[in-house]
Design a protein around this ligand. Structure first.
Ligand code: HEC
Ligand code: HEC
Ligand code: HEC
Ligand code: HEC
Ligand code: HEC
Ligand code: HEC
Length: 300
């Protein structure tokens, strides 16, 4: 009884302590979320008791806006929720001061917002799993263990965060930054058309080679990036392949066999031209062959 007949409102630590406030009409308090996480009525009016301030969306969005994943299957990440609905499996864990999130072990919790078998989509941030969805695209086609190309990792196309809160990671628009590493210094990803252009990896070994779609699944034939008939290839390719009927394996034996099967994926699309003949050597600096069985020293 301090004499004014007005009760003191003192918020507990759980409710936000001194960071929370009471104006005489409305509260600004941790339990009611905030506009920043999509709460439409996060400063509730004490005398309005019609249930509207207890509906989903009044304290936080359902789901909250980016950088939270734009995926409404709450239960896939929040163990407190029932599958496919907005009802609680465990109401006691709601508004208890702890955000309960499922964090599958193997990848350090990275797969709770995107990814499944690894941290790359599918699923994407919106829960899509089809390769035709922009957020999913050709991720797994690149990342899967390959029989024909050098391994591709996240760092070839993104700056990879060490933690979910690393600077530059969740920057608020839920659109990933595609930043190519030194393997593709001239590579450009155009989000509007979901295509890559002037990539080393999809080029002909000398430069870029048109554009390629990120969202059109399908195997790539050998002639898709570089020629296999000599056209547009460096030096004396055409002459050897067409006039002399030589196979690629005649000069690239470390990489390919006579049946056009890649024999060492680590050496294919690794940024280096490997030349290996049965006899003789190629000097990459002078670009000349010597001691071949076929002819004397010749420049390529
Ligand atoms: C793909 C995973 C995923 C889905 C689906 C998901 N969430 Fe979340 N949510 C998270 C993660 C991870 C966090 C904690 C990290 C953060 O702060 O964003 C979180 C945090 C939250 C928070 C706390 C926000 C804050 O900043 O205090 C709320 C509220 C929330 N989610 C509600 C929902 C609701 C409601 C749904 C369904 C309509 C939902 N979430 C669906 C992953 C998800
Ligand atoms: C009175 C405000 C309020 C309302 C209304 C509300 N929430 Fe929340 N919700 C919170 C707060 C605050 C959190 C932050 C984490 C915590 O304290 O549990 C949260 C967290 C969550 C989370 C993250 C998982 C967790 O429990 O920590 C989900 C999912 C969620 N709410 C779903 C819902 C759904 C679905 C509804 C509607 C049925 C709803 N919320 C209505 C305040 C509210
Ligand atoms: C070959 C290049 C490439 C590789 C490798 C790659 N990404 Fe991506 N990533 C992309 C492209 C392209 C997009 C789509 C960007 C857009 O248009 O929004 C993308 C988008 C994403 C998104 C956003 C998904 C969404 O919902 O919008 C995440 C998350 C992501 N990548 C994570 C990863 C992780 C983690 C790895 C490694 C495990 C990885 N990526 C490897 C090219 C790549
Ligand atoms: C709380 C949700 C959440 C968690 C957990 C999370 N990410 Fe992300 N991640 C995102 C969002 C959102 C984006 C889209 C980036 C943006 O908005 O700029 C993203 C994008 C990415 C990208 C694409 C590059 C970029 O920054 O745009 C990579 C790579 C990535 N995440 C890797 C990881 C790794 C590795 C982990 C675990 C250490 C992880 N993520 C954990 C939400 C999350
Ligand atoms: C007579 C030997 C010879 C034959 C046969 C040959 N190559 Fe080459 N190839 C070379 C040499 C030498 C280089 C290195 C050029 C350099 O680095 O300056 C090279 C380089 C390349 C490159 C890098 C880009 C370029 O044009 O220089 C590609 C791609 C390539 N070869 C593919 C093939 C394929 C595919 C075949 C079969 C269809 C083939 N090569 C047949 C000798 C040959
Ligand atoms: C995604 C684009 C792409 C596809 C598809 C592709 N290549 Fe290549 N290939 C390259 C690039 C780029 C090089 C340049 C050298 C390097 O980085 O290994 C190359 C180089 C080569 C070379 C020269 C040796 C070397 O690696 O230096 C041979 C031989 C070759 N490719 C054969 C093949 C065969 C056979 C196939 C089909 C099984 C094939 N390529 C499919 C991109 C591709």
């Amino acid at each position: 009884m301090d004499g004014d007949n007005v009760a003191e409102v003192v918020f507990s630590t759980l409710a936000g302590g001194t960071a929370s406030s009471w104006s005489g009409t409305t509260c600004t308090v941790k339990c009611h979320g905030s506009a920043a996480i999509g709460g439409a009525k996060s400063t509730p009016i004490w005398t309005q008791v019609d249930g509207s301030q207890a509906a989903c969306g009044s304290c936080h969005g359902a789901p909250p806006p980016p950088p939270h994943p734009t995926n409404s299957d709450c239960a896939s990440c929040h163990p407190t929720m029932e599958e496919g609905s907005l009802t609680f499996r465990d109401p006691a864990s709601h508004i208890n001061g702890v955000v309960d999130v499922t964090t599958p072990g193997a990848t350090g919790g990275c797969t709770s917002c995107h990814g499944s078998t690894n941290s790359a989509p599918p699923k994407d941030l919106a829960g899509n799993t089809a390769a035709t969805a922009r957020g999913v695209g050709a991720h797994q086609a690149h990342l899967a263990t390959s029989t024909w190309h050098n391994p591709v990792t996240c760092t070839n196309c993104h700056v990879v965060p060490l933690t979910a809160d690393a600077p530059g990671h969740r920057d608020g628009d839920n659109v990933a930054e595609v930043v190519f590493d030194t393997m593709n210094p001239l590579g450009v990803y155009t989000a509007g058309t979901t295509t890559c252009s002037t990539n080393y990896c999809h080029g002909n070994g000398r430069g870029g080679n048109g554009t390629i779609s990120w969202v059109t699944p399908g195997a790539l034939a050998c002639g898709k990036c570089h020629s296999i008939n000599g056209t547009g290839m460096s030096g004396q390719h055409r002459r050897h392949i067409v006039s002399e009927n030589m196979k690629c394996s005649g000069c690239h034996a470390d990489v390919v066999n006579a049946a056009m099967t890649i024999v060492n994926p680590l050496l294919h699309i690794n940024g280096v031209h490997e030349v290996k003949m049965a006899n003789g050597t190629f000097n990459a600096t002078t670009r000349a062959c010597s001691n071949t069985c076929c002819h004397g020293t010749e420049r390529w």
